[in-house]
Write a protein that binds this ligand. Structure first.
Ligand code: MG
Length: 299
């Protein structure tokens, strides 16, 4: 048996003063190495590589390891996929979070959607909008589809996952609960942090079983849960969703948050300008974002 090398990809763009071009990097024991779109050996965007399949991903990893050292403090880290075809989010997927939110644990996944206009990458500010002070954190595991999935059994579902990442499903609570549909409260600009890396599925336990998620606000642990506590594990989510729609390569499934969110606390704990929110999943990494008040839109 060959030794499994963990494969972590990171999407970035150079600063405008450099060349402003996007690039892709891979983690190595000596830091991140990568290539920029203008390089001849640039393998393409992550979404194109995912669409092309596992061989394209492993060939890209080899090419990127031969690239330049990437100083992460000198580039903008982008979400692993900036414009997914679908961003499917699951609500109430941990028993204790359903309880704290005043909901009954569902017998069918609660599905809502996000749009790519809400996405930000590692280090970019989470934006507390002018319209509300109820800006809440939700640490979540992300599964990214590799192979098209339609009518997939639970048993075969994980064959359709290309890899995993981390998400902060930042929620504007008063807007979320204005109506039974949560779409508005989940789609303010700059509220969906995604990244920092894409980890290939073969680098992690099937469905991320045995792994742990932790959310910290200003260094204090506010959420901590085993991934195994999900009501509908990744394989079940894919199977169930595939009964409804074709899941396509690069589609993103944001799998739900455990207990500890701010609005369920007494008193409530909302994110404010200057806060730092971190979400860590062992084996994947740590998604870290500062919080910033939205600047006045009208002057
Ligand atoms: Mg959520």
């Amino acid at each position: 048996m060959t030794q499994q090398i963990q494969t972590k990809f990171l999407a970035f763009s150079h600063s405008k003063s450099h060349n402003g071009l996007p690039g892709l990097a891979i983690e190595t024991p000596d830091g991140f190495f990568g290539l920029t779109k203008s390089d001849q050996a640039y393998p393409g965007d992550l979404i194109d590589l995912i669409k092309a399949g596992p061989t394209a991903l492993s060939d890209a990893a080899s090419a990127l390891r031969q690239g330049q050292h990437i100083d992460l403090s000198a580039v903008t880290i982008l979400p692993p996929i900036q414009h997914p075809g679908k961003i499917i989010c699951i609500g109430l997927n941990y028993v204790d979070h359903s309880e704290e939110s005043g909901f009954v644990t569902p017998d069918y996944p609660t599905v809502f959607t996000r749009f790519s206009s809400s996405l930000i990458g590692q280090g970019a500010p989470l934006i507390r909008p002018q319209a509300s002070t109820q800006f809440d954190f939700e640490g979540e595991l992300v599964a990214i589809i590799g192979q098209s999935a339609r009518y997939v059994s639970v048993e075969n579902a994980l064959d359709h996952v290309a890899g995993y990442s981390i998400f902060n499903d930042g929620s504007i609570r008063d807007f979320q609960f204005k109506t039974p549909q949560w779409t508005v409260g989940k789609n303010f600009d700059g509220t969906g942090a995604f990244g920092p890396v894409f980890v290939t599925a073969d680098s992690l336990p099937p469905g991320c079983t045995g792994m742990t998620l932790q959310t910290r606000l200003n260094g204090k642990i506010v959420q901590s849960a085993p991934i195994d506590d999900m009501v509908f594990p990744v394989a079940e989510l894919i199977s169930t969703l595939s009964e409804v729609m074709t899941l396509e390569p690069g589609d993103v499934i944001v799998t739900g948050t455990p207990a500890g969110v701010g609005f369920a606390r007494k008193p409530p704990l909302y994110m404010r300008d200057g806060d730092i929110c971190e979400i860590e999943i062992d084996g994947i990494g740590c998604l870290r974002n500062p919080v910033q008040d939205e600047e006045l839109a009208y002057v």
